[in-house]
Structure formats: C-alpha cells, structure tokens
Ligand binder design. Structure first.
Ligand SMILES: Cc1ncc(COP(=O)(O)O)c(C=O)c1O
Length: 406
C-alpha cells in the first residue's frame, strides 16, 4: 500500500522522471520488503540488482555505522585507508595483480570514467583514436557519454545531438562488430549479459570478436559489469563466465549493497592512462561507502555467495522453465546465475508485474515481453519456491493458463 496523499505530494514536488509502482516501501530485511501498511513482499528485484546481500545486512550496517562515527569525508585531496583496501580487494577478486582502480558514485559515472580512460589511452597513441563501438540493446547510464554508449535510439532522441564518436552494432553479429572497429577506435563496450536490454546474454563469438578487434587496433575492451559483476552471474565477474578477458571493468550497483558506489578497474597499459587531474570526484571512494563495500566483499567471500549464486541460478532456471508450456504467456527463460528473465509471448510484462505485486512479489518488467528476476544472492531454495508460487498466480491472473500444470 501507499499512504493516500504521497503520490499527489510527489507529483507536486518531484520531476516526473519515474513511473512508480503503487507501493511505498518503508523497511526491509534479507529478501523481504515491508510496505507502509506492514505487508511483506518477497523482493526479486533487489533494487535493480543492487542489494545482493539482502536488505539491512548486519555486517554492512555495522561497518557503515562504525565508519560514520569515525570519519565520513575528507575529499580525495588526502589518503584514506578504506579506499586503498577496497582497491586491493577488487584487484584480488579480478585476479589482476597489475590492476588499478578509480572510484566514483554510480554506474553511469563508472562508464564516464571508462570512456575518458579509453580516450586518454587512445589519444596517447593517435590524437584521432577516440571512437567507441558499443552494442545495440546495451545500457550504460544516463549521463551524456554513457547515454550515447547506451544502444537505444529512443533514449537518445530527446537529447540529440549527442556526438558522432559512438558506433552501435547488433548485439549478436560478430562480423558487424569486427567491421566497425578501425584504427580510430579507442574502445569496444560490452555487457556480458545485457541487463536493462532485457537480460540478454551476449554470445561468446561476439565477445571473442570484440577481444580480437581490440587487439588488432590497440583498443580497450571495456566490460560494463555494473549489473553482472560481484557474483550475480555465479562468478565474481561476468567475463569469468566467458573465454574473454576485458581490459577495463565498470562496477557499481551491488558494490556497497545500496550505498552509492561505483568503480572502474583497468589492467595493463590502460591502468596508467590517467594522470593527476585527468579525472576526479568529490565523493567517490569516500570512507563510508568503501567501508560498506569492504563488508560486502567480506560477506560474499565468507558465505560463498558466488558459488551459491551459480547453484541457485540453476534452481531459478528450473522453476522458471516449468512455466513454459504451463502458461500460454510464458515463452522462455533467459539469463545466467541470479540474473534471469521470464520471456513472454506477448508484451504483457507490466501486467504480470502488477499482478505479482498484488501477490506480494517484487519483480520488474525489464522489457515489454520480459519479467526480470534478480534476487539477493543470500536467498535460499525455499525463497525461489515461494517466488514461483506467487509468480504462477500472477501469470494465471495476467492470462489464463494453457494446461494449468504449475
Ligand atoms: C550495465 C549498466 N551500466 C550502467 C548502469 C547505470 O548505473 P546507474 O544507474 O548507477 O548510473 C546500469 C543501470 O542499470 C547498468 O545496468
């Protein structure tokens, strides 16, 4: 439920950038959210792949509280230990001994930082080496550079012109990608699974073509792991589920379990392309978010959440596949680990999401015909069964079941 006057007050006080679901959440615990009326909802969105440890995780709460009481902010004019420790830990999870990190505050900022890094790296070789090749359907954020990298013309249109240095190729055409990369290319941008693009895995042959093309012209392969990183796909990083290693990863979302944190990590020559003054942020890498992120990494390691995501991803696929054939509406399952989508045979995802909410289940219509499921990595098999029971009722309400198997 939502307090009666809240939507009207919001409309009078906030810009209309969001289409909200009709619910006001006031608290959360593990994979559960609680609304203003005290009703519990099983959260299979995790704040858009963010709260991977679930809500109100005590380790994160304690780390944040301790850091807030000690030191909140100094700016990046000075050394702070949590930032250095977090960079070291990220390098270790990537297996990049020669990696170097830069911290920012969001996914879009991570992509902006990576765009600038790729340009610096390119321009150090050739002043004209500033072009970027990205995939149609990719999503990289809403700031101007990240927006241009985002492969959705409808998101560009209201703000054009955005520039001519970005080329998009289909997400499933390795030859088109190879042909688009030339000596003027400084980077190729990929997601391992396109999250906002409908939970669409990018094929191994496209990733291979991207790596080969980058090697051919001395460009950087940038993996936007904002959504796929930090265990969500059942590996520390999405690229580790493929045979291709990028030069740069972009991170955000789950990094601090809901506090605004972003990062890029680059390896090899790319890692030293920035010098003093080339890039900066007031808040990025602040002690509080870094303390939170260190707690997140501790919990992921201590509780084996990467393996758990892989194992439970299999259970999730299994339960979702049971809907295919049981409901006319359910046409297939896409994704990897704990980032999956139930694909529908028609654009009814918004309807399913609405009925799911009525059933006390939070999922999201990532595309008109796809319902995204991105639960916390701490869920158990019983939570997946609970989700499946609620989703079955939502599917039944959104369209009549074919044979009623589920
Ligand atoms: C892959 C990817 N990159 C970048 C972003 C942008 O992140 P933010 O909303 O934190 O700017 C998102 C957000 O959904 C994303 O999924």
């Amino acid at each position: 439920m939502i307090a009666p006057d809240l939507a009207a007050r919001e409309a009078a006080a906030l810009m209309g950038t969001y289409r909200r679901q009709p619910v006001e959440f006031v608290s959360g615990q593990g994979p559960w959210l609680v609304d203003a009326g005290g009703r519990r909802y099983l959260d299979f969105v995790s704040g858009l792949s963010v709260t991977s440890l679930g809500h109100a995780h005590p380790a994160v709460a304690d780390a944040v509280a301790a850091q807030v009481r000690t030191l909140v902010h100094t700016s990046n004019l000075y050394y702070t230990r949590p930032q250095v420790e977090l960079a070291e830990r990220l390098k270790a999870t990537l297996g990049w001994d020669d990696g170097l990190a830069f911290f920012c505050n969001s996914g879009a900022e991570a992509n902006e930082a990576a765009i600038k890094l790729a340009r610096r790296h390119g321009k150090l070789r050739d002043p004209g080496k500033v072009g970027v090749v990205a995939l149609e359907g990719g999503f990289h954020g809403r700031t101007l550079g990240a927006l241009l990298a985002t492969g959705s013309p409808d998101k560009h249109a209201p703000f054009e012109p955005l520039g001519t240095w970005m080329t998009h190729v289909p997400h499933d055409d390795p030859d088109a990608l190879t042909a688009a990369v030339d000596e003027g290319t400084c980077a190729v941008w990929v997601e391992i699974v396109q999250g906002e693009g409908g939970v669409r895995p990018v094929g191994e042959e496209v990733l291979r073509a991207a790596r080969d093309a980058c090697d051919r012209v001395g460009a950087l392969l940038v993996a936007d792991e904002v959504q796929t990183g930090l265990g969500r796909l059942g590996a520390w990083y999405g690229w580790q589920t493929s045979a291709v290693e990028p030069d740069v990863v972009c991170l955000a979302k789950a990094l601090a379990n809901g506090l605004p944190a972003g990062a890029i990590v680059a390896r090899g020559e790319a890692s030293t392309a920035f010098g003093p003054g080339d890039h900066a942020t007031t808040f990025g890498g602040g002690p509080v978010v870094c303390a939170a992120a260190l707690a997140v990494l501790d919990v992921i390691e201590r509780e084996g959440l990467v393996d758990r995501a892989r194992r439970l991803g299999g259970v999730l696929t299994d339960r979702l596949e049971q809907f295919v054939g049981a409901f006319d509406l359910a046409a297939g399952v896409r994704g990897r680990g704990l980032l999956q989508a139930l694909v529908l045979d028609r654009p009814a995802a918004a309807d399913v999401v609405r009925h799911a909410l009525a059933e006390g289940l939070v999922v999201n219509d990532v595309a008109p015909d796809a319902v995204r499921l991105a639960p916390a990595l701490v869920i158990g098999e019983a939570d997946i069964d609970d989700m499946a029971a609620r989703l079955a009722r939502a599917l039944a309400a959104a369209a009549s079941p074919a044979r009623g198997r589920t």
